[in-house]
Design a protein around this ligand. Structure first.
Ligand SMILES: [Zn+2]
Length: 150
């Protein structure tokens, strides 16, 4: 047994309310395949997903600025085990992507098919169809050089 785990089970029932900013963000993904962010003119920071207030200065924000669908790969990792430390059937690559126009990053799957991702490379969101209003409306991010994307 790993020393970082304590065996046990918790039964938790909950309802997550996305709020105004995230609702706009998810509706943007579902209805228009766009990433909605919010820009704080006081701080000069654009956050994605959209927020209704600035996390730095608490200014009121509008969830209305479209960012991406392309961006820069900021970091990535290869995952070989699940949350229970069991080997995955196939490794999954995750990346942090800073969408064009945004200052924050999104975590999502990378869809690279050959070779390792490169920090700083251009990637583009690949959307699913039909979309339902969740982060899974984005299949992941593919290298722009591959010509993938909408
Ligand atoms: Zn601010």
């Amino acid at each position: 047994m790993s020393p970082t785990k304590i065996p046990g089970e918790l039964s938790v029932s909950f309802r997550y309310t996305p709020g105004v900013g995230n609702t706009a963000f998810f509706e943007g993904l579902r209805d228009r395949a766009v990433f909605l962010g919010s820009r704080c003119e006081d701080c000069g920071v654009t956050s994605v997903p959209a927020r209704i207030f600035c996390e730095r200065c608490l200014a009121e924000l509008e969830p209305s600025l479209e960012c991406g669908p392309e961006g820069e790969l900021v970091s990535w990792t290869l995952v070989r085990v699940d949350v229970d430390d069991q080997p995955l059937e196939r490794p999954v690559t995750y990346g942090l992507v800073r969408l064009d126009g945004a200052d924050t990053v999104l975590l999502h799957r990378l869809l690279h098919t050959g070779g390792e991702p490169a920090i700083g490379e251009r990637v583009r969101a690949v959307f699913t169809s039909p979309r339902e209003g969740s982060m899974l409306d984005v299949e992941g991010f593919a290298p722009v050089a591959d010509g993938a994307g909408p």
